[in-house]
Every structure is written in structure tokens, then in C-alpha cells.
Ligand binder design. Sequence first.
Ligand code: TYC
Length: 112
Amino acid sequence: MIQRPLHMSDKKDADGDASVVVQTRPKTKRPPLYKVLLLNDDYTPMEFVVHVLERFFGMSHAQAFEIMLTVHKKGLAVVGVFSHEIAETKVTQVMDFARRHQHPLQCTMEKE
Ligand code: TYC
């Protein structure tokens, strides 16, 4: 048998051979995050979109107006990044609110 310094964590197996138990970091993987996206359309009024961003995403009027214009010009924008459950809630809230007001506004989520 090969000699080597004895270590606190050395264990003997069934045959009496030493093995070293290596301490590994506990695997605490952070949960994935999800982007919530707002999509442009030709019919939803700009003021309605601004209101949605203020109401459901806690934006100031100025911030909300800026993001609304980004969606209007570029076709879509990320309006927030959340856990799966919070993102799902935001999407549901926006889609329900838009439908109740008979606007075709679309809101979706995707893994970051
Ligand atoms: N394009 C719409 C209009 O001209 C405004 C709009 C902006 C609609 C953002 C949806 O997510 C949207 N009335």
C-alpha cells in the first residue's frame, strides 16, 4: 500500500484502503429568471399601454412613456425580469386587463 499523510477526512473502505472524502459546495442553483415582454400592435391606445406599465410594473409616468415608445417603434421591449411565478402573474394581469378593455395588447414571458 502507498503511504501518504493521514488526513482527518481519510476513511478506510472494506479492504482497509484509505480514501479521501472531499467536501463539495452544496448545490444551491438559483432559480431561472424570466423576461416579461410587451408586444406592439396597431390598435391599443398609447395611453392605455402607459397606464399598464405604471399600474403593473411600478413605473413612473416618464419611464412608462419611454418604454411604451420603445415597444411602438421596435415592436417589443422587456418590461421586467422576475421569478417564474411573478412573471406569470404579471402576464396574466396585463392580458386580463387588456381583454377587459377590449384592446389586443399582448404580453408574454421567456426564460432569460
Ligand atoms: N402602436 C400603438 C399605437 O400606435 C401603441 C402601442 C404601444 C401598442 C405599445 C402596444 O405594446 C404596445 N396606438
